[in-house]
Design a protein around this ligand. Structure first.
Ligand code: KIV
Ligand code: NA
Length: 263
């Protein structure tokens, strides 16, 4: 298969054809996810929770993410490899550039950063240096202690307006993709309409350009409570490869997410 690039995602958006994304942390699962046709693999700092057993993503280090990025890069086929910057990589633009450099050298093809309009300068500097950026907005898990829990964001009008405005600011600064986590479906659609870049959603409703899930949720092995937006695709699939294919097909045909997965 042809390598998936940023322009593939842009083409999907223009053609109104949803694309699928999944987290990956090692070579074997990355290979299966890739061969299932999943367009984007994310080495997420969710690895702190699903691999390391922490109750947040805050303890994850740059070195942890670098290690898993190398593993996924070796196993994946044509999927685009997106990688998270860990908590506090955004403490300064200099730090951001340095940490992004480490991950790009490890095999990342796009860097994801949590934040809002204040990230514009950092995103501008990254994109000037050839690093494609995905801006993660809405429920940003690195801010869990400020939110007071993992809660739906952008429920009130003013907050929703702010998220739309900030998404536009970050795209103007050079963000190539926006990722929205846990926002009302109406806000997912509004952001999709407000920006021209691909918008990936997790718990952001069906009216965005791509969907992403955590691999452990797709396979039903997540420890503890499973979020409303997640779906176990292994339950009716028989094996992991079929579960990944089913997820990919359900995104492509808009069978997923359904109303019960949205806010
Ligand atoms: O770390 C992660 O897995 C993520 C996704 C939930 C978007 O950021
Ligand atoms: Na993350």
């Amino acid at each position: 298969m042809k390598p998936v690039t940023l322009s593939t995602l842009q083409t999907c958006r223009s053609a109104n054809e949803p694309f699928s994304c999944l987290t990956a942390y090692d070579a074997s699962f990355a290979r299966l996810a890739s061969s299932a046709g999943i367009e984007v693999l994310l080495v997420g700092d969710s690895l702190g929770m699903v691999l390391q057993g922490h109750d947040s993503t805050l303890p994850v280090t740059l070195e942890d993410i670098r290690y898993h990025t190398q593993c996924v890069a070796r196993g994946k086929e044509s999927s685009l490899l997106m990688v998270d910057l860990p908590f506090m990589s955004n403490s300064s633009t200099e730090q951001l550039l340095q940490d992004a450099g480490v991950l790009m050298r490890a095999g990342a093809e796009m860097i994801k950063i949590e934040g809002e309009a204040w990230l514009a300068d950092g995103i501008r500097e990254l994109s000037r240096r050839g690093v494609p950026v995905c801006a993660h907005m809405g429920l940003t898990p690195q801010s869990v202690h400020q939110f007071g829990g993992y809660r739906v964001q952008g429920r009130d009008q003013q907050q929703a307006k702010q998220i739309i405005a900030d998404a536009c600011t970050l795209v103007d600064a050079g963000a190539s993709v926006i990722l929205l986590e846990c926002v009302p479906a109406s806000l997912g659609q509004a952001v999709h309409e407000a920006v021209e870049v691909p918008v990936i959603g997790i718990g952001a409703g069906p009216d965005v350009d791509g969907q992403i899930l955590v691999m452990h949720d797709v396979l039903g092995v997540t420890p503890g409570r499973v979020p409303r937006f997640a779906k176990n695709f292994l339950a009716d699939s028989g094996d992991v490869a079929s579960a990944f294919r089913r997820y990919h097909e359900d995104v492509k045909t808009r069978r997923f997410p359904a109303t019960e997965h949205s806010f």
